[in-house]
Design a protein around this ligand. Structure first.
Ligand SMILES: NC(=O)c1ccc[n+]([C@@H]2O[C@H](COP(=O)([O-])OP(=O)(O)OC[C@H]3O[C@@H](n4cnc5c(N)ncnc54)[C@H](OP(=O)(O)O)[C@@H]3O)[C@@H](O)[C@H]2O)c1
Length: 289
């Protein structure tokens, strides 16, 4: 396949481009600024050459969500996802590209305690849940034009190159690791290899469309994750960061990203026959150490 990837310089995009190239697919990187194929999402402009003859588009755009969220920051988080999706969905429709795989997140489900969350679950509450809804809705022009549209509802990607572990590993290495709040909240993780592998699988399997959870088959609680990361790094992680301290430091971000419980499972991937390279959090953390 000839695949156009937006957000290709990011954590997931870098891994995906490598996985696609290794599998013999031709990849075009769509970048802001200078490059072979360029675009300007706020201006609604995409290089004509980028779109011609393309079999699929993967959109992995979005500014960082880490940090305390001000109103301006929330707007930027939203705009950097919804706007590029709108532009790409219109382009997919205009150029009759058969497939659009668009990033989304397990944040769609909101804070749901112990409930097992497959793709049939409704949207939850909170900023991220509403953001994910708008992000997914922005792909509508592609769907209306008859393209196969997949919303890749991704969990926390465990990578040796950054992301969540880029923040946690130094803390744990200094012996400052600990669970967050009561540690009972579920954390839907996925290894970087499986994130890229599942995106490739979704591209190659026509039976998949609509929401697809990209999360490992065995979600763990924050306390279990903390213990597993401590073991993987050979460091004890005895501390507990109280919920009130997290809220003081991070405001709303604490509830939406650190204390939220999302027991998301990859039902659509499992039904379609995807075999996880790292089916347990221990295996994923060993690969990301
Ligand atoms: N990593 C995770 O754990 C995780 C979990 C759930 C969902 N996701 C979602 O998956 C997507 C990719 O994640 P990632 O971890 O690879 O992110 P990342 O490393 O921060 O990369 C994000 C990419 O988005 C592009 N971008 C940033 N701001 C943009 C803007 N205003 N307009 C257009 N493009 C913009 C950048 O593209 P350029 O190359 O053009 O600079 C960059 O390559 C994001 O939407 C993220 O929310 C990630």
């Amino acid at each position: 396949m000839r695949v156009l990837v937006a957000g290709s310089r990011g954590l997931i995009g870098t891994a995906l481009v490598t996985a696609l190239a290794e599998a013999g697919h031709e990849v075009r990187r769509l970048v802001r600024g200078s490059g072979e194929y360029t675009w300007d999402p706020p201006a609604g402009r995409i290089d004509d050459n980028a779109l011609k003859g393309v079999d699929a588009v993967v959109n992995l755009c979005g500014s960082s969500m880490v940090n305390r969220w001000s109103a301006a920051r929330k707007q930027m988080i939203t705009d950097s996802r919804v706007e590029p999706t709108e532009v790409l969905a219109e382009a997919v429709a205009e150029y009759e590209i058969p497939v659009l795989v668009n990033a989304s997140a397990v944040g769609f489900y909101g804070d749901r305690g112990d409930r097992v969350l497959d793709e049939t679950e409704p949207r939850g509450e909170g900023f991220l849940a509403h953001l994910c809804e708008a992000w997914e809705a922005a792909a509508a022009p592609a769907k209306r034009a008859g393209a196969r549209v997949v919303h890749a509802r991704t969990g926390l990607v465990l990578s040796r190159h950054g992301g969540l572990l880029g923040v946690l590993k130094p803390l744990f290495r200094f012996g400052l690791g600990g669970r967050l709040g009561d540690g009972k909240q579920y954390l839907p993780w996925i290894s970087e290899c499986d994130e890229a592998g599942a995106l490739r699988f979704v591209l190659e399997h026509d039976s998949l469309s609509g929401p697809v959870n990209l999360a490992g088959p065995e979600p763990v609680t924050n306390a279990e994750f903390t213990r597993a990361l401590g073991l993987a790094l050979h460091r004890p992680a005895p501390w507990r960061v109280p919920a009130f301290a997290l809220r003081l430091a991070l405001g709303e971000t604490a509830d939406e990203m650190a204390l939220v419980s999302q027991r998301a499972v990859p039902a659509a991937l499992r039904d379609a026959g995807y075999a996880f390279i790292h089916p347990t959090v221990d295996a994923a953390l060993a690969a990301a150490r």
